[in-house]
Design a protein around this ligand. Structure first.
Ligand code: RP5
Length: 162
């Protein structure tokens, strides 16, 4: 099995449509990952074990997404030195502002690199993880440069009515 360096975790199955955006980016860039449901509130022991074993298992980046009282990214960051990229999942009640505030306001000492709310944030989390790994992987660096160049090239110079 390929060496897995990225872990995608989420608080609920209902987060997967959002977190899939991170997975899609990693697929496009040929970065192997694992995806797991790990809830800070519903499966605290699973969260504990995941954080405790992350570095030893060779994970180099953890992408953690949750919504509402989104404690997962911060709690996993408190259990591992592996960099955590947090994704605030959009909620129905408060549009994800609750998730954002829950994730972004970490106390000094335990950082979470917090992305934008929702799908764009999840996609950017994938790109952030790839960028971190690319620092030590020339092939991935080249693929990421190509991905970015293709995105730039796809942006038209003028708007159209179609
Ligand atoms: C959070 O509660 C999850 O991350 C999810 O975004 C939210 C709602 O979860 P479900 O009730 O849909 O399982 O823990």
């Amino acid at each position: 099995m390929a060496d897995i360096k990225v872990g995608i975790i989420m608080g609920s199955q209902s987060d997967w449509p959002t977190m899939k955006e991170a997975a899609t980016i990693l697929d496009e860039l040929g970065v192997p990952y694992e995806a797991k449901i790990v809830s800070a509130h519903r499966t605290p022991d699973r969260l504990w074990d995941y954080g405790k074993s992350a570095a030893g298992r060779g994970l180099q980046v953890i992408i953690a997404g949750a919504g509402g009282a989104a404690h997962l990214p911060g709690m996993v960051a408190s259990k591992t030195r592996v960099p955590v990229v947090g994704v605030p999942v959009q909620t129905r009640a408060l549009s994800g502002v609750d998730s954002l505030y829950s994730i972004v306001q970490m106390p000094k000492g335990f950082p979470v690199a917090t992305m934008a709310i929702g799908a764009a944030g999840a996609a950017n989390a994938g790109l952030m993880a790839a960028g971190i790994l690319a620092l030590q992987d020339a092939g991935l660096a080249q693929r990421l440069d190509g991905w970015r160049a293709a995105l730039s090239a796809s942006i038209p110079e003028e708007p159209s009515d179609d």
